[in-house]
Write a protein that binds this ligand. Sequence first.
Ligand SMILES: [Zn+2]
Ligand SMILES: [Zn+2]
Length: 437
Amino acid sequence: MRQRTGWKSLAVASAIVLFSAAPSVQGADVDALAQAVEARVVAWRRDIHQHPELGNREFRTAALVAEHLQGLGLEVRTGIAHTGVVGILRGGKPGPRIALRADMDALPVTERVDLPFASRVTTEYRGQTVGVMHACGHDAHVAILMGVAAVLAGMREELAGEVMFIFQPAEEGPPEGEDGGAELMLREGLFDDFLPAAVFGLHVIAGIPSDTITVRPGPFMAAADSFRIVVKGRQTHGSRPWSGVDPIVVAADIVSTTQTLVSRRSDLTRAPVVVSFGAVQGGIRENIIPDEVELIGTIRTFETEMREEIFSGLRAIAEHIAAAHGATVVLDVPWETGYPVTYNHVGLTAAMDEALRRAARGKVIEMPPITGAEDFSFYGHHAPALFFFVGATPPDQDMNAAAINHSPLFYVDEAALGLGTRAMLEVALEFLRTGGE
Ligand SMILES: [Zn+2]
Ligand SMILES: [Zn+2]
């Protein structure tokens, strides 16, 4: 288990309040500014969508971003946490430092959306040939932040403050055996010479109309941990199960009984909990009972205590069920401790409410906590952070029927690109103008 520092160090929290920036770029017409880059944002996003790259392999995307930022005259660093790109824009006037973040990686999903720029890319992933798709919309995040960088660079002389643009690899997790993502960028010194007074990030999300922003102060997204259980039996002929120990039946029992961890043993009135198995692997042939079966899955929690209870409960279930069958288990519970809870700084969220409302023409909805996890959470351990969702589904469609993020049918309405660009510009300009007060 990794130790996490608290999100609310006093020094960091007070930075927001102490800084008072000289008013600048007041009355900037964000609509017009966003509109001026909209066509390019759409083109970038289609291009990136057609050329998706998995975590730590975002070579083409990173090159595209770096070339763009250099062209804007920003100070650019590449190769952070493998493929990360960071650009710094220094405004013409003194003011606060902020950071804006986009993630760049795609997923091992085979696209089934009928688009002229649909992905046809395939790759090797965990020993299988799979399609690669921007099924979480990170292509949109990259394009939006490239557009925001173009706009802010264009008004550099009037800007009071400094803006760091973070293009982050591997939000969905690095390949097995590698490090990556926000945590590695921070470990490699992302904020060493540039500690922002606020960090902003957004995510496009299906099932919310593309004219709407959703946000929530406090705990917003879950902690995500993975687990791995290897059931060890004894291989034998399928016709003579009594000569061995069948790990498939044991694994099935473990999967079933684990359901009671959530349904019978977690106090769901306190906070939501999710335990899901994502893969069951074992065996090779219909008449051979295999030696072992591997179970892997994910755990989502919003409270440390409930997180620990799930870990110990899952270990006990696996051990005792295996013992009852005469089998044994190798437990990695947790296997990888994943992202911590994504926490929206309460003061910052309140201070940015008006800016988000301007971007969404008033359509800002407070959302219940969600069981997805985000490594944006790590930035919040260093500076007040705000993460919000931009709807991705055309407003005239049935929200409940929209294919969710990570689905091969995940679809981003291009109106979300304009909304995301306006929202990032609004919060950035608002914070630079007011220092977050
Ligand atoms: Zn995702
Ligand atoms: Zn994502």
